[in-house]
Design a protein around this ligand. Structure first.
Ligand code: URA
Length: 225
């Protein structure tokens, strides 16, 4: 919301009066004087007028979680433990998941109450890298590298997957980097080369890596930018 609107709303004053106060230097956002009436202020910023609180900031939560196999990437589930059940914070019910993992996949899950942040992470246009360690039932042939780079046509969505980097680490092990996140994408890609994923683990999403010392089931807040 723009600063003048927010001030007018919370102080029951007209928009013009709000603009005058802002221009006069009486309004602070997160402690800094702001004189532009059209500055966007989200709910995670605190606003004061002549040192009186106009609107207190909400806590911005950004969480890294090491999801164990068997836990569902959902906020509620009648049958299984959810990623939210693993978190111990009074505001955990405000969280949503920025990119789900299947129940039998382990690794990095990001959770937040900041919709702008999760939107950026999940927006296909931003092409945020996701890196997975994969184990397969059958040996992975060398030709798979070119096939993953060329992309696979998915009939259901009528799209061809973006070039993906497959790095063969062992006879049945690989590291796969995707630049998008389609439904069951990794499993479907291996299925297309006649193989099957037997274990899947996500190690990173964009710049966020699963910390080595974060054990399955553990979580931590992301440090402030
Ligand atoms: N691709 C899958 O098939 N499953 C996941 O959990 C993540 C990516």
């Amino acid at each position: 919301m723009k600063l003048d609107r927010l001030l007018a709303k919370h102080q029951s004053m007209g928009r013009n009066e709000a603009r005058r106060r802002i221009l006069r230097g009486s309004v602070r956002v997160d402690g800094e004087v702001v004189t532009r009436h059209d500055q966007e202020v989200d709910r995670f910023s605190g606003v004061t007028l002549e040192d009186e609180i106009v609107r207190a900031p909400e806590r911005r939560l950004r969480i890294l979680l090491h999801k164990p196999v068997g836990v569902v990437s959902a906020t509620v589930d009648a049958e299984h433990t959810t990623v939210i059940d693993l978190i111990d914070d009074p505001d955990k019910h405000t969280l949503h998941i920025a990119g789900r993992l299947d129940r039998n996949t382990s690794g990095l899950v990001l959770l937040t109450n900041d919709g702008n942040w999760s939107k950026r992470l999940m927006d296909p246009a931003h092409k945020v890298d996701k890196v997975y360690l994969v184990e397969t039932r059958d040996p992975i042939p060398r030709e798979a590298v070119a096939a993953f780079a060329a992309g696979f046509y998915f009939h259901t969505e009528d799209l061809t997957t973006l070039p993906a980097e497959l790095e063969i680490l062992g006879e049945r092990q690989a590291r796969l980097t995707l630049h998008e996140g389609r439904y069951h994408q990794v499993k479907r890609m291996f299925h297309r080369i006649g193989n099957r994923v037997t274990a899947l683990h996500r190690v990173s999403v964009g710049e966020f890596r699963l910390p080595e010392d974060l054990k399955p089931g553990e979580w931590r807040f992301l440090a402030k930018e």
